[in-house]
Each structure stands twice: as structure tokens, then as C-alpha cells.
Ligand binder design. Structure first.
Ligand code: PXG
Length: 458
């Protein structure tokens, strides 16, 4: 049931006391406080001012099974009654934690038989950072401590997450990255290989990784980390051959491959994990978001048996972990969430039905005079906004203005999307209906038309 909130008072308190995540605090004040979201159902969110918004972002790339799942509420309630908390530090574990680890091992397949739990994607990548270095040290190769990542990658907001990530604006806050992270080019063909043959571009982007390994010295490189499809970077979808090449390069030099599935996992690309779509075999797999569909904070790192054997034989104490590692309520909800995805066949739905439908629907706005490209894979997609059709030229001649302007029109028209630099990105719940996809595309089309005069006046 919807509760009656005093929205003006909440907005006042928001300004007075609350510091929202990744925000410009002056802007929040000038806007008179944040938009207060009060409830949600299916693929629709409702704000306190009575607006219904189609949630084109599944919350923040996470509410894969959609809102309003009573089963998840009941599971959490039951687990809270039975055992609301116990840790995994005292040579102890809880039933949901162990069962979830086994379930994830089944979904990951291959050698990825082990799972370490955390509460967020950032924490998962901190675990990756420490485990990878500990692994090489245990093997007697302490010099192997360099991570290779890509510019514009997103791996979280903690010190290790930001450092592994390749967002320059984030690096500037907190004087990051920390030493030991090397960044190479991203496989962003529209931006960095416009007009180039897809395969030639994929080979060039992968070659940069090999070149950097040789420059740093293979004996110093611990791991390569990448998102199957870069999400926060603007939904950058590489050619399949790119990932095949990356995998081969890692194996050639004995470097660990870390595939960050925080956004792509749990059906987003039409497979349980993005690496399965691209046909590669990672050694470590951080995941979060869709693991619990955002109903509770939980993340995990899938770890290969090859690594765990070394940790068991030579690793001694792995002095790492969080109070909430393997939180029983979050784990129980994640297990039930996976059960829902399985029961409703949502992964197959993305691959064979709604994903292809989304791709077709996007084509309807591809001819818009300010659209440079539409692209999607499964249920993640982007619309590139350009000032001159047929080029990748941006409004005002510099990157970054168009996305937020078009996004604001979309929100006004009833659709929540992200504006990332000069693109609009979409990542809806996996249960979104075809009629809702049509509405999403219609709203983006209308918003592009409304925004064009504003963009031309920049
Ligand atoms: N890896 C990837 C690939 C992510 O997308 C994280 C790690 C970190 O997860 P946590 O749970 O610590 O936030 C993410 C998170 C955006 C945006 O601007 C994207 C994320 C988080 C916040 C904002 O689109 N992705």
C-alpha cells in the first residue's frame, strides 16, 4: 500500500541532512532537493509528486526481476525471523550462504567452483584486488602485481574500485588511481574507431592490451579486468572477437582474467553471465546488482579452483572479509531471486524474445536526424546523439552535453533513463513487456525531437 509522505518536508530534510551518491551538492540544493521515489511495481516507479515513470534503468542496472516481488519479501521475512545475522569469520557459515555459493558455482560452470561474498560491486572488486595479489605472492611471484584495465571502465567507487576503473573524473576525486593499475583503450568503435572495419578495430583494441603487457613486462602483470559490456561507460558493446582475443592474450602470458559481471550478470545479455555470451573463460568473476535484483545489498566473486588450490596449499590466512560477507538474509533473497529467474525463463526470454524485440524497436529511432547509432545486446542498449547525421560529431564540438539534456526530456515524458555523455542508455527490468518497450522507444523519439532545438542552441 502506498503510504502518505510529506514530500515537501522530505525534500527539505534531504537538503538539510542527506548527501546523495555521486551528486553535485550545489545542484541538489538549487533543485530544491532530490526527487523522492516512494514505491514501484513491475517496471514502473512512482515519485512522491504523483508521477509514474517507466524504469528504463531497472533501478541502477539491477532490478532484473522487476519490482513488487512478494516472494522475495516473504523469503527475507522468514530468514530474518530464523536467523537475521551471523558471520562467516568464526569458521562458521549459514545455510543460505552455502547454498547460494553452490548455486552460483552451478551457474558459472567450468572451473569457477568457489564463491566469496561481499555486499557491493565495489567491495567485490576490492576482494578481487587483494585476492589476485595474494595469489601471485603465494605462488612466489610477488612482482606480478599490476592490473590492466580500460579507460572509461567502471569497477566501483571504493579506492580499489575507482583505481581499477578508468573514469578520469572519478580519479580526480581522492587522487587516484593507486599505483599498479595500467589503463588501455576501450573497445568503443563509435567513439574511437568510427568508420573502421569492426574486426580491424577489435584487433587494434585487443593489441593495445598485449602491447601494454610487453611494456610493463609480463612477469609483472597480475590480471586483466574488464566488463563484458561497459555499462556506466555508456553501454560499449565490443565485437565477440575482441573478447576472444583478450582471453587468448591473457592465457598466452599466464595473466589472470577478471570479468566484471556486476551489470552483465543474471540474464542481462541473454546468458547467465556475459562471459558465456562472449565465449571466454575468466579466473575471477565479480558480480552484484542482478544477484539479488537489488532487493538487498549482496555481491560475490566467483573464483576458479586453480586459484583456490593455491590459496589452500600456500596461501595461509586470507585476512580479508566484511562483517556482512555472506549475510544470510541477503543470500536467502538472492537464492530466491535466482529461482524466479529460472522458473520464469528470463534468461532465455532476453536471448530469444524480448532482447531481439528491443533491438528491432530501437531501429525505429535510428533514422532520427540527431541519432548517430543505436546499439543493444540483450536488454542493454544505447542511443548515440550527434550534431551531424552520418558522423560522430557532437553538439558544441566537445563531448558530454547531449545525454543529460535528452534524459531530462525523457524523465519529463515519463521514462527514467541515464544520460551518459552524448548518449542515452537503457537497461530495463528483464520482465519489461513489449508494450512498455514500445512506450520507452516512443518517449525517447519524442524527447530527441524536443531536445534538438536546445542542443542546436548550445
Ligand atoms: N562494477 C561494475 C561493472 C558496475 O557497473 C560496480 C562494479 C560497483 O558496484 P557497487 O555496488 O559498489 O555500486 C558497478 C556499479 C552509473 C552507475 O553511473 C553505475 C554503477 C554504480 C553507480 C552508478 O551508471 N555500477
Amino acid at each position: 500500500m502506498a503510504r502518505n509522505y510529506n514530500i515537501p518536508e522530505l525534500r527539505r530534510l534531504d537538503i538539510e541532512h542527506h548527501l546523495p551518491a555521486q551528486a553535485n551538492y550545489a545542484e541538489i540544493v538549487s533543485l530544491g532537493g532530490s526527487r523522492i521515489i516512494t514505491r514501484a511495481e513491475g517496471s514502473t516507479i512512482y515519485d512522491g509528486d504523483g508521477n509514474a515513470l517507466l524504469d528504463g534503468m531497472a533501478g541502477l542496472w539491477c532490478v532484473n526481476v522487476g519490482y513488487g516481488r512478494e516472494e522475495l519479501v516473504e523469503t527475507a521475512t522468514q530468514q530474518m525471523r530464523e536467523l537475521p545475522f551471523y558471520n562467516t569469520f568464526f569458521k562458521t557459515a549459514t545455510p543460505p550462504t552455502v547454498l547460494l555459493a553452490a548455486k552460483l558455482a552451478e551457474k558459472l560452470g567450468g572451473d569457477l567452483k568457489h564463491v566469496f561474498f561481499n555486499s557491493s560491486g565495489s567491495e567485490a572488486n576490492d576482494t578481487v584486488f587483494r585476492m589476485v595479489r595474494h595469489y601471485w605472492k603465494s605462488l612466489g611471484q610477488p612482482k606480478r602485481n599490476v592490473f590492466i584495465s580500460r579507460w572509461n571502465a567502471y569497477h566501483g567507487s571504493t579506492v580499489a574500485g575507482v583505481s581499477l576503473g578508468g573514469m578520469k573524473l572519478m580519479h580526480a576525486i581522492g587522487d587516484l588511481p593507486i599505483p599498479g593499475v595500467e589503463h588501455v583503450m576501450q573497445p568503443y568503435k563509435f567513439g574511437e574507431g568510427f568508420g573502421e572495419d569492426e574486426e580491424v578495430f577489435a584487433a587494434r583494441a585487443a593489441q593495445e592490451i598485449e602491447d601494454r603487457i610487453l611494456k610493463v613486462g609480463p612477469e609483472n602483470v597480475a590480471a586483466f579486468i574488464g566488463e563484458p559490456v561497459q555499462g556506466a561507460g555508456g553501454v560499449i558493446i565490443p565485437a565477440k572477437s575482441y573478447w576472444k582475443r583478450v582471453d587468448a592474450i591473457c592465457k598466452k602470458y599466464g595473466i589472470l582474467l577478471v570479468v566484471d559481471e556486476v551489470i552483465c550478470g543474471f540474464g542481462r545479455l541473454g546468458e547467465w553471465f556475459g562471459f558465456q555470451h562472449f565465449g571466454v573463460t575468466p579466473d575471477l568473476v565479480p558480480m552484484a546488482k542482478g544477484l539479488s535484483s537489488g532487493y538487498l545489498p549482496i555481491s560475490a566473486v566467483g573464483v576458479s579452483h586453480k586459484i583456490v588450490e593455491v590459496l589452500r596449499e600456500k596461501g595461509g590466512d586470507f585476512i580479508h572479509g566484511y562483517t556482512y560477507s555472506g549475510h544470510p538474509v541477503a543470500a536467502a533473497v538472492a537464492l530466491k531471486n535466482i529461482e524466479i529467474i529460472e522458473r520464469e525463463g528470463l534468461v532465455g526470454r532476453v536471448k530469444n524474445d524480448i532482447g531481439p524485440y528491443f533491438a528491432e524497436a530501437l531501429k525505429r529511432i535510428a533514422d532520427d536526424p540527431i541519432v548517430g547509432e543505436v546499439r543493444s545486446l540483450g536488454l542493454i542498449g544505447a542511443v548515440e546523439i550527434v550534431s551531424k547525421k552520418g558522423t560522430n560529431e557532437r553538439f558544441t564540438g566537445e563531448e558530454g552535453k547531449a545525454g543529460p539534456i535528452v534524459r531530462d526530456h525523457c524523465i519529463k515524458n515519463g521514462l527514467m533513463v541515464r544520460g551518459i555523455r552524448d548518449s542515452i542508455v537503457m537497461c530495463p527490468p528483464l520482465i519489461i513487456t513489449k508494450a512498455e518497450i514500445d512506450r520507452m522507444i516512443d518517449i525517447i523519439g519524442r524527447s530527441l525531437r524536443e531536445a534538438e532545438p536546445e542542443l542546436r542552441a548550445l
